[in-house]
Design a binder for this molecule. Structure first.
Ligand code: THU
Length: 160
């Protein structure tokens, strides 16, 4: 037996002033989208903004449901909207802002596993990396250069 070591690298921005201008704008749009979250059950609101290579930005927020599993995360709301509206565009960057509606969330909140799997589908199909930036409602912003960095050992269509 031998060990298989998997490494990943993320980048930390201490605040929004350190971000490139286009990313800072995308974070602002994710913050705005977060304000439209429908999260009466968890009181945890998430906004996502996606920059496409046609220069369009698509946003989404989490949408909950009285039947809890029927709700959808912000990232998937946004990426499915992007796929539905601009099926030929490539996804360049995703910004995610997430946090409690009851208290400050100062640590970066990464996309959940199901959202990573959903984003992976698009990254695999378009054959170019998707940059992912995520933060709480304040504090550091983390950057991943690709979805693959957040989800090593991706299950994708090549295995079907
Ligand atoms: N949520 C997201 O929108 N994105 C994630 O990646 C994690 C969780 C939402 C789902 C639910 O509405 C609330 O946050 C609490 O889980």
């Amino acid at each position: 037996m031998k060990a298989l070591k998997i490494e990943t690298t993320l980048f930390v921005f201490e605040n929004e002033n350190e971000l490139p201008e286009d990313v800072s704008k995308l974070i602002d749009l994710a913050k705005k989208a977060r304000l439209k979250a429908y999260a009466p059950y968890s009181n945890f609101a998430v906004g996502a903004a996606i920059l496409l290579d046609n220069n369009e930005v698509v946003t989404g927020s989490n949408q909950e449901n009285a039947s809890y599993p029927s709700g959808l995360c912000a990232e998937r709301t946004a990426i499915y909207y992007a796929g539905a509206k601009y099926p030929d565009a490539k996804i360049l960057k995703i910004a995610i802002v997430a946090g409690s509606l009851k208290f400050e969330t100062s640590q970066p909140i990464p996309p959940c596993g199901a959202c990573r799997q959903a984003i992976a589908e698009y990254e695999v199909n378009q054959k170019t990396n998707i940059e992912i930036y995520f933060m709480g409602t304040s504090g550091n912003i983390l950057k991943s250069n690709s979805l693959e960095n957040l989800l090593p050992l991706i299950f994708d269509k090549s295995q079907l």
